[in-house]
Design a protein around this ligand. Structure first.
Ligand SMILES: Nc1ncnc2c1ncn2[C@@H]1O[C@H](COP(=O)(O)OP(=O)(O)OP(=O)(O)O)[C@@H](O)[C@H]1O
Ligand SMILES: [Mg+2]
Length: 364
């Protein structure tokens, strides 16, 4: 029900689209009572940060008004290349001490003083280790996140201004990890089979950026934000076809991208599509490099699967293209299990909402 204690509202402001979902849980099922995907004003968001406060407040006002009923649990998804995520192995200790130890470890990795960051951590694994004296000691594998206070406070201030108090700020990789590793098993392949791989890459194809989150044994191994995305394709289409950006954007949404899969083309076609294929190739190449790095560092020297989410995952054939190029099984996330929409306008809307759905899941 709307606005009951159980309901969670999640906001995700992307550079192209702003998303909002209102959900409640029925056992493990995420029931989406209501959702909205609306265009973000141009240049309001850059690399996940507020770049134009007034423009963003406008869209926030629209989103908050659309939210039906006022729940107390409003959450925000944050995704920026400035979010720092690391894993540390530390001796088992109380949470308060653990947080201090994590801050100490993080301090050397961050460009500014640690006081300027919000730091959070959670234990992903407990294990035993033999120390230098030959004794067995209990250890924690800790997942730590640091985000500049300025980035977080900008959002909290803006949301406060429009009358929605944010209770939880969740980073994108954490949302994806919760959605993938949760006992409820939300990820399924196109045939509806539950995803049970342990080493996976979840790739969010956004507009300005493409985020790669890699899990090893179901725990985060790395989160890398590439500064290329759907926008680069739109730009090149606009140049190649001499179209204004909005028309190029429409062209992109309605093209079948068959040129990525076939060789035989007439001359005009091939000149046109060469450019587009090149951008595609460049983005895939960057992803390939991140994945190669993971494979070389991982214990099993293997990535089991790649899952694609985000608006860019709607490009026809993108899954096959990546699978062929990187030689790793690739699924475009076109359905989720244990997620019930009261009303899903278009099945393609799901591509935009995975991060919000992950944020709705409680930790642990
Ligand atoms: N049907 C479609 N076919 C191809 N591309 C699409 C389609 N629908 C949306 N896109 C592209 O998806 C991108 C927007 O996706 P999304 O909303 O996930 O990005 P965002 O979160 O706003 O961006 P970012 O995370 O980079 O700030 C745009 O580049 C858009 O052109
Ligand atoms: Mg996004």
């Amino acid at each position: 029900m709307f606005g009951n204690n159980n309901s969670v509202t999640v906001f995700d402001f992307g550079s192209k689209n702003s998303k909002m979902i209102q959900t409640h849980f029925k056992d493990k099922t995420i029931v989406v009572d209501f959702y909205e995907i609306v265009p973000t004003p141009e240049d309001a968001i850059k690399d996940g940060k507020i770049a134009d406060y007034n423009k963003l407040v406008n869209i926030m006002t629209t989103m908050v008004k659309k939210a039906k009923g006022k729940g107390n649990d409003n959450r925000l998804v944050l995704s920026s290349s400035e979010v720092v995520i690391r894993s540390f192995d530390l001796p088992k200790m109380e949470y308060g001490d653990l947080k201090e130890a994590v801050k100490f470890e993080m301090a050397v990795l961050l460009p500014e003083k640690i006081e300027h960051y919000v730091v959070d951590c959670s234990v992903s694994e407990e294990f035993m280790k033999i120390n230098d004296e030959g004794n067995e000691v209990k250890m924690y594998q800790v997942q730590a996140v640091a985000v500049s206070k300025r980035i977080v406070n900008d959002y909290l201030d803006a949301m406060n201004k429009v009358g929605a108090k944010i209770s939880v700020v969740d980073v994108q990789s954490n949302c994806e990890i919760k959605l993938f590793t949760s006992g409820a098993k939300y990820f399924v392949d196109a045939q509806g089979n539950t995803a049970d791989e342990k080493n996976v890459a979840i790739i969010d194809f956004g507009h300005q950026k493409t985020s790669v989150t890699i899990l090893e044994d179901n725990k985060v191994f790395l989160h890398r934000v590439l500064h290329t995305g759907g926008r680069d394709l739109t730009k090149i289409i606009s140049e190649a076809l001499d179209l204004p950006l909005d028309e190029a954007e429409n062209w992109k949404h309605n093209n079948d991208f068959a040129f990525l899969r076939k060789n035989a083309m007439n001359e005009v076609e091939s000149i046109l599509y060469d450019e587009i294929t090149k951008v595609f190739h460049d983005i895939t190449m960057e992803i390939y490099q991140v994945i190669e790095f993971f494979i070389s560092m991982s214990k099993r020297k293997k990535l089991d699967s790649i899952y694609l989410i985000g608006g860019g995952s709607l490009i026809p054939g993108i899954g096959e293209y990546i699978q062929q190029y990187i030689n790793v099984h690739t699924e475009v996330v076109s359905k989720l299990s244990n997620v019930n929409f009261s009303k899903l306008e278009k099945s393609s809307d799901l591509a935009f909402l995975s991060d919000c759905l992950g944020a709705a899941i409680r930790r642990g």
